[in-house]
Design a protein around this ligand. Sequence first.
Ligand SMILES: *Cc1c(COP(=O)(O)O)cnc(C)c1O
Length: 202
Amino acid sequence: MIFDEVMTGFGRTGQLWAAHHLHGAPDLMCLSKGLTGGFLPMGVTATTEVLYRAFDGDSFAQAFAHGHSYTANPLACAAALASLDLTLSPETAAHWARIGAAHAAFLPELAAHPCLQHVRQCGTVLAAEIHGAGEYGGNVSLDLRRFFAARGLLLRPLGNVVYLLPPYVVTNEELRQGHEALLAAATGFGRPHGGAHGEGAS
Ligand SMILES: *Cc1c(COP(=O)(O)O)cnc(C)c1O
């Protein structure tokens, strides 16, 4: 069982790992992004002890013959260790809860917008689809990116799917700016779905 926690790890979903929302434990876990808090590039493939032992030994025949030029880069490791200290502190968990609560409080307003669909949240991640603004992965993302940048937000929509993954230091006021920008983008780029004339249900 492989869990890719590159995006979901380090508290993103409200728990330290997305795996904690599920039953069963992964045999392999992929970690990156939040590992160094985004300051230096570093990835980790973590395994269970059993899997690790299968490749551990003096014989090359037993080796997992794969490596990266910069494996265990000392600066990146130092950044990761410093970031892990912060990640595992109670203050940081309080920020996950604070951001999650702010998203949850905003969810009804977002869901009520006539141009938004599939509004959803998991921990600090908030996502919604702008109806009538093209498809997932479509080119509208470039215009949306400019729209958000003009409002001071660095977002990367995937086509008409906009998602917020705020840094944990985000203030409540900044979060509100993000939420309001999302509503403005829905109004500016979307078309109402469903509605009084009954054209197309959501
Ligand atoms: C960003 C991302 C990756 C790529 O990770 P790298 O460390 O840049 O190779 C893989 N999986 C998910 C879910 C990601 O978000």
